[in-house]
Design a protein around this ligand. Structure first.
Ligand SMILES: Nc1nc2c(ncn2[C@@H]2O[C@H](COP(=O)(O)OP(=O)(O)OP(=O)(O)O)[C@@H](O)[C@H]2O)c(=O)[nH]1
Ligand SMILES: [Mg+2]
Length: 319
């Protein structure tokens, strides 16, 4: 299953404590202050990665903790600054700060982005020495690292989106175009969350079926349509065995329009599926119905290797 939404606590490392110590040597029984400063706590940063497909890695994670800075030592020894932690997330991850609402989109493999800053180290007593106070006993504790409550949501950047009514054969098609192994069932809403597969280096997303009224929350609603906002091509799967294939097409398009009319402008390939179940006549007839749309139309069966290869080639060419 694709894990596309997680909530996490991110706690940066605390600063190390400053210490209060005094020089004690054979020569000076009452030396001056020599307590060193604490080291800085480690930051927690997030960075986009090409090698991750989902938020799987965070499935059982509740919190990410940065490393604490080291405490200061005598002889004005400074505590060690903690190393920063860099967390990899897939491209297309949206990070929302739950408390402030601030949103960061990770869309490139760029430099790491700071999410929680480590705490400053505390000053040791050496730092407090002044003309009027030659033997300060005070020192600072380290400052706490920042704590952020965040929500990670994957807005997947699949290049191809498989769309259509429930039971049209989207998941079946995904298994034939890619190495993915989603559930396939002879009933609507087999797919409840998007599946993803790779055709070479191109990600293809199988989107749960849409039905009339999806934009009003009927069926699974349109919450998964966010996954196709950034796709380059849509493959609209249509079950050729149903009574009114053109109406099936229009139903899905209407829901797109209600969700985000921009989706209607995406290049769309029409795949009339399950041709093995009907007469050749019927295939010709239905294809004619779709011709006025001036889209690329393919017809075939997911059970037919030749048909799938043809579709594959044309998708790769389009990309
Ligand atoms: N005979 C035949 N059956 C097909 C073909 N494609 C899909 N099916 C069958 O149609 C049914 C639905 O297929 P799925 O791939 O689960 O359909 P889906 O569009 O992913 O459905 P949802 O996940 O419910 O939206 C399954 O029983 C498939 O075996 C085809 O080309 N020929
Ligand atoms: Mg499915």
């Amino acid at each position: 299953m694709l894990i596309d939404s997680v909530t996490l606590v991110v706690k940066a490392g605390n600063g190390g404590n400053g210490v209060a110590t005094f020089r004690r040597t054979a020569m000076s029984a009452k030396g001056g202050p020599d307590g060193g400063n604490g080291g800085h706590g480690g930051d927690v940063l997030f960075q986009g990665s090409n090698n991750l497909n989902d938020l799987h890695a965070f499935r059982f994670k509740k919190a990410i903790r940065g490393l604490n800075g080291g405490d200061g030592t005598k002889h004005n020894g400074f505590g060690k600054n903690a190393e920063h932690i860099i967390i990899s997330v897939p491209l297309g991850t949206r990070i929302t700060d739950i408390d402030t609402g601030k949103i960061i989109e990770i869309d490139t493999v760029g430099s790491p982005i700071l999410i929680a800053r480590g705490g400053k180290g505390g000053f040791g007593n050496f730092k407090f020495k002044s003309a009027t106070n030659q033997a300060p006993k005070n020192r600072e504790l380290g400052y706490p690292g920042e704590l952020k409550n965040i929500h990670l949501e994957l807005r997947m950047i699949a290049e191809i989106g498989l769309i259509g009514l429930p039971n049209a054969g989207k998941s079946s098609l995904l298994t034939r175009l890619t190495n993915a192994t989603p559930a396939i069932g002879a009933y609507p809403f087999t797919t409840l969350t998007p599946n993803i597969g790779m055709l070479g280096t191109h990600a293809i997303a199988d989107i749960p079926g849409l039905i009339e009224g999806a934009s009003k929350g009927i069926g699974l609603g349109t919450k998964f349509l966010k996954h196709i906002e950034k796709t380059k091509i849509l493959v609209h799967c249509i079950d050729i065995t149903i009574d009114d294939p053109l109406k099936a097409y229009e139903t899905v398009r209407k829901e797109f329009e209600a969700y985000n009319p921009k989706l209607l402008e995406k290049p769309e390939v029409i795949f009339l599926n399950k041709t093995d179940l009907v007469e050749e006549n019927k295939v010709r007839e239905v294809t004619k119905l779709f011709e006025p749309l001036h889209k690329e139309i393919y017809s075939g069966s997911v059970l037919n290797e030749e048909h799938i290869d043809k579709l594959k080639t044309s998708l790769l060419t389009l990309l």
